[in-house]
Design a binder for this molecule. Structure first.
Ligand SMILES: Cc1ncc(COP(=O)(O)O)c(C=O)c1O
Length: 508
């Protein structure tokens, strides 16, 4: 689909965009204009110092890293803290007895407390369950949620696929499922959301359920950077829903205050906040909501006692009832170290810096044109700074205004030493909205039972298979943004992309 759209007989000869090239250096000094437009940036100079010391490996390898929504980058201090802790004490399986086990249990407890402080959650109201990642945290809720016929799962359609997947648990219990649409600007259709929440409330009046069901809201879209109004948490709770707040894309660059919004379940992924450890996430759960869950199984680690002959099991009385097997006791203490690291910098400072750089990035992308003034870039989602974070999804347009296949951009960026992201970005709902995939086309494509992501992309008949995403974080600087812009300008202005050697999509 995409390839045929781009190359036609009467087009000028292709000028290949591939080839191994050095990382582009910005031609014009952008700093004075940038600083004039974003004077607040100067107050974040501490992060420039840290970039030169704690994150010096980023520049040492002459790479541009623009995938903070995938994973942030660790500071040297965090890595040192890890090594010092391991070298300085004997830490054993916390399930055992003895000093090594006690040390591990103590460190894990400290990390739980640090998490509660980080999101300003009252320890009398909330507990922290450690998981492997945010996906595992979502699954803990979904598989244990007491969906029944007449209850509902309401989700905004721009939730991460790891949240959308909860619908399978709801469907199995014959509960209703609604995916509330986002508009073409990828902001929430608020009327549709109200309708969906009210519909559940109306059904509740005819049932004996204690609760309407579950409402899942991403605090920030991992696709478009759109930040939803957190007031929806309170509204949904008033309508009788438990609320799962996916803060995985929001918390890395925005202060999160659970005491102000009281979600029932909040999911986080620590690698997105401070880069290391990569394999720890958290479910921060209200005790009261946790009591409604029914674990579908038990395991070592999550029980106080198990009888095989008696066919019963007694789950642990605390949050460990949700932690299966041995926890990652060598990495979970790094969560405390990471929280201390970003808290010492200050989330407000990180937020301010990312805000300024995002504004500049959007401005620079919007200023890119082909020679005939046709735009080079289509931003998916808001192109201003109103209620958005440092995640920008876009497509590159060729001189005829057609979308450039995202795999070409992935290939060219890799050759230029730039890490960005292409695909549906684990956010199929937002991608479908951005590329205007209709329900009918999506249903029809599903009925064809495509065997590969490419086949599916062709069946959708969208202008392009998927999009490009760049995301900024605590170690981003102006040079990163300028180098990206320079790369795009050098590679795509007035040029048709070379479609040879485009690999098949492994996933959308
Ligand atoms: C908003 C959001 N939710 C959930 C996830 C899943 O996180 P993890 O990969 O830690 O399971 C991601 C990851 O990209 C995300 O951005």
């Amino acid at each position: 689909m995409v390839d045929d759209d781009i190359v036609t007989e009467d087009r000028p000869p292709v000028e290949p965009t591939g080839g191994c090239r050095p990382l582009p250096l910005p031609r014009r000094p952008a700093e004075p204009t940038f600083l004039a437009a974003y004077p607040d940036y100067a107050s974040t100079a501490l992060l420039d110092d840290l970039r030169a010391t704690e994150y010096d490996y980023l520049d040492g390898q002459d790479r541009v890293y623009l995938d903070y929504a995938g994973a942030s980058v660790p500071s040297d201090a965090q890595l040192r803290a890890h090594l010092e802790r391991l070298r300085g004490s004997v830490i054993g399986d916390p399930g055992g007895t003895g000093p090594a086990s006690e040390e591990a249990a103590h460190l894990i407890r400290r990390s739980r407390d640090a998490v509660l402080r980080f999101v300003n959650a009252d320890p009398d109201e909330y507990c922290v369950i450690f998981t492997a990642n945010a996906t595992a945290a979502c699954r803990l809720v979904g598989e244990a949620y007491p969906f029944v016929p007449g209850s509902r799962l309401v989700m905004t359609e721009d939730n991460h696929d790891s949240v959308i997947g909860l619908r399978e648990f709801a469907k199995r219990a014959r509960a209703g499922v609604s995916a509330v649409p986002v508009r073409h600007d990828l902001r929430l259709d608020q009327r549709a959301l109200m309708r969906a929440l009210r519909q559940g409330a109306a059904m509740r009046r005819h049932s004996f359920l204690g609760c309407n069901g579950l409402f899942a809201l991403p605090a920030q879209s991992s696709f478009s950077g759109v930040q939803h109004r957190l007031e929806w948490v309170g509204v949904a709770r008033q309508y009788g829903y438990d609320v799962l707040l996916d803060a995985a894309a929001f918390a890395p660059t925005n202060p999160l205050d659970l005491s102000a919004i009281h979600p029932d379940f909040t999911v986080l992924s620590w690698r997105k906040i401070f880069g290391y450890p990569a394999g720890v996430g958290s479910l921060i759960a209200r005790y009261e909501a946790l009591e409604r869950l029914r674990r579908p199984w038990f395991s070592a680690g999550s029980t106080q006692a198990v009888s095989v002959r008696g066919d019963w099991a007694l789950l642990a009385a605390d949050e460990t009832a949700y932690e299966d097997g041995a926890p990652d006791f060598l990495s979970i203490p790094d969560v405390e170290a990471g929280i201390t690291w970003v808290s010492d910098i200050g989330m407000e400072m990180i937020n301010r810096r990312v805000h300024c750089l995002t504004g500049w990035l959007l401005q620079r992308l919007g200023g890119l044109h082909h020679a005939d003034r046709r735009p080079l870039i289509r931003v998916h989602g808001p192109d201003d700074l109103d209620r958005r974070g440092g995640i920008v999804a876009f497509s590159v347009l060729d001189p005829y205004g057609d979308f450039v296949d995202e795999r070409i951009i992935a290939r060219d960026a890799t050759e230029a030493g730039i890490t960005l992201r292409t695909g549906a970005l684990g956010n199929s709902g937002a991608a479908e909205a951005a590329l205007e995939v209709t329900r009918r086309a999506a249903d029809a494509a599903g009925r064809h039972e495509p065997a590969t992501a490419d086949e599916y992309a062709d069946l959708l008949n969208a202008p392009v298979g998927s999009v490009v995403r760049v995301s900024l974080g605590l170690a981003s600087n102006l040079a990163d943004v300028e180098r990206l812009i320079q790369f795009i300008e050098d590679t795509y202005v007035d040029r048709f992309p070379d479609l040879t050697a485009v690999p098949p999509r492994l996933h959308l």
